[in-house]
Design a protein around this ligand. Structure first.
Ligand code: AMP
Length: 289
């Protein structure tokens, strides 16, 4: 695996690979890698010839007062994990390389980005869409792998790639969880032992919701109530939102039909934790005990 720090080096390697007939897979990350990230790299390696992972803690997607400075970092360990996952090229650009001057051009995705995470973090998705647009332009024609863990982000990026005709196929990959159900996240390191246990309420509430739907519940309000009650009983978890939404547009549904996603976000100690599931399929969510 080669590690590069400049856009020019990354472009040169990928252009040369494509000139030899290789297909490229891109895995954008902010580092402090866990098995969720590794699953994206493995998927990229299974589908294509050359895999580029990027590690960049993107200042544009952090608001004032968020954890930009404290975001966990461990480049040596990340590089080992990338190499073990079969990554060919690791791009770790410094901030000055990505943003040599104040950014005057921003990508915003209307509607899909407005609610849920967008309501809680109003500048977040413009920061994400802008850096992902840059990474797509750096990578060139490729498949790009994103986790379903950040469901809204996946829809925002998919819509952006389509609206702006990027030569990029966005591929969503399943959520990787800890054995007790907690979705893996770099920010889980912030949880102390009690908070770590309390954090199970996210995945447990989703599992409870899917089981109610499988038993015939079709009312979004009833499902939201069921989940909210579980948070009411967990004082260490501060619920931000529960949403029963159209999976692609993120608009609330009147009735739980096909293609519905259930989103949840909560503050547990320092981190905001996100999780979601298909409304009918609890894939990956452990049984309730
Ligand atoms: P991040 O480093 O948090 O920006 O995440 C980089 C990519 O990894 C994003 O596409 C995330 O959705 C994805 N990702 C993060 N956690 C998980 C997880 N537990 N399972 C699957 N994908 C994940």
């Amino acid at each position: 695996m080669e590690i590069v720090h400049t856009i020019a080096e990354a472009r040169a390697r990928l252009d040369a690979a494509r000139a030899d007939g290789a297909t490229v897979g891109l895995v954008p990350t902010m580092g402090f890698l866990h098995y969720g990230h590794v699953s994206l790299m493995t998927a990229a390696g299974a589908d294509g010839d050359m895999v580029m992972t990027t590690i960049f803690v993107n200042p544009l997607q952090f608001a004032e007062g968020e954890d930009l400075e404290d975001y966990p970092r461990d480049l040596d360990r990340d590089a080992e994990r990338c190499e073990a996952a079969g990554v060919d090229l690791l791009l770790v650009p410094p901030v000055e390389e990505m943003y040599p001057q104040p950014v005057a051009t921003e990508v915003t995705v209307a509607e899909i980005a407005a609610a849920w995470e967008g309501a809680s973090r109003p500048t977040h998705f413009a920061g994400v869409a802008t850096v992902v647009a840059k990474l797509f332009n750096i990578a060139g024609p490729c498949r790009a792998y994103f986790g379903e863990k950040d469901w809204q982000q996946l829809q925002v990026v998919t819509r952006m790639a389509s609206d702006l005709s990027f030569p990029v196929e966005v591929v969503g990959c399943p959520i990787v969880r800890e054995p007790d159900g907690l979705a893996m996240s770099s920010r889980n390191v912030y949880l102390d032992a009690d908070q770590r246990i309390a954090a199970r309420v996210l995945s447990r509430s989703l599992r409870t919701a899917v089981e109610a739907i499988q038993a015939g519940e079709r009312s979004p309000a009833a499902v939201e109530r069921l989940m909210t009650e579980m948070f009411d009983a967990e004082p260490l978890a501060d619920l931000d939102y529960v949403g029963v939404v159209d999976a692609a547009t993120l608009t609330p549904t009147d009735e739980i039909g096909d293609n519905v996603r259930i989103l949840v976000a909560a503050q547990v100690g320092i981190p905001r934790l996100l999780d979601n599931t298909d409304a009918h399929d609890p894939a990956g969510l452990p049984d309730l005990d």
